[in-house]
Design a protein around this ligand. Structure first.
Ligand code: HEM
Length: 43
């Protein structure tokens, strides 16, 4: 998930640390994890 956010893939562009600070990214990952949208083994 973090790699996808920072590096992107295919048609998804990378989201830089300037636009989404690390702390905010961690909160997004935590939220997606709590709603079951992310594989717990590789968040
Ligand atoms: C924090 C916000 C975001 C997260 C966590 C996120 C996460 C992801 C993940 C995990 C994938 C891979 C899905 C898979 O392989 O099954 C993905 C793919 C994709 N995302 Fe995002 N994404 C975010 C923001 C965005 C935004 C803002 C856009 C468009 C403006 C976008 C467009 C796409 C597209 C088009 C793909 C498919 C990539 C491809 O063509 O191979 N995403 N995203």
């Amino acid at each position: 998930m973090r790699t996808q956010i920072r590096e992107g893939s295919g048609r998804m562009r990378p989201i830089s640390v300037e636009r989404l600070p690390d702390a905010d990214m961690e909160n997004v990952v935590a939220w997606l994890t709590t709603i079951g949208a992310v594989d717990m083994a590789h968040p």
